[in-house]
Design a binder for this molecule. Sequence first.
Ligand SMILES: [Zn+2]
Length: 308
Amino acid sequence: MNLNDPIFADENKARAYFESIRWPNGPVCPHCKGTERVYRLEGQSHRPGLIHCNDCDGSFTVTTGGVMESSHIPLTKWALAFRLMAASKKGISAHQLHRMLGITYKSAWFLAMRVREAMGLPPAGRGTVGGPGKIVEVDETELAKSRKTKVRGGRSRSKNVSFVALVERDGKVRSAVIDGSKMMEVRNIVRTNLDGESILHTDGAQFYKALMPVGQHESVDHNKMYARDSNNGRVHTNTAEGYFSLFKRGLVGTYQHISPAHLPRYLAEFDFRMNNRVALGVNDDTRTERAVKGAEGKRLRYQGPSAA
Ligand SMILES: [Zn+2]
């Protein structure tokens, strides 16, 4: 699929594309999961793509119950946004989407946030990173401080915005915003997201101590060196640091400012592309399809671009 594909110009073809990904075996009613007694409502009196379910007497389209629901943006533009965001290595800003899709900046901002939501892991069944004997580097990084925000008592202060990444060497990555007391939070994130049989590689920070059984944690003191050899492989956190620099280059080039409230969605976007990268056998078409597939079952609360 290239950008000349008719799904980016023809609304019916775009709809057929989204339907083929969501319902490879034919429409499934999002209200009652029925598949037997669903039929298309054709003709002028119905909006395009409307399907009726005789089991529950409900109606739906391919956008019902997903991030595209209630959107007035044409499906051709949604298809292009999914494609551009899934296929560009460092991401695409709302400003770029605004210009490329010919929609308002505000619409582009909402659309980009919804695509990021689709790229995120499902709330349940997120699974863990690593596995028996697999090396997972864990490191944390601080982004530029966010704009000053008023806190109780009327004083302003800028808040640190940090995140931690678990990066399996030659494998998957999982990032999470560090919120609150750093030591506790980092430990909780690692406990929640790391397969307990992995080998953990970190720097010498205190909060990584005693997280893993003896023999499953190697650290390197960055005050003295950056890498050393051990029985558990070459110890370093270079892969995690490489991921941080990719993310930060993306931020500098693409996004002007990210508030802590929105950082999880940007991390989800970068994690998604990293976990579906070419080196893991995923091409642009498949990566885009996986993002589209992730749209199902996710909804987004209203949040305006002023808070971006
Ligand atoms: Zn139904």
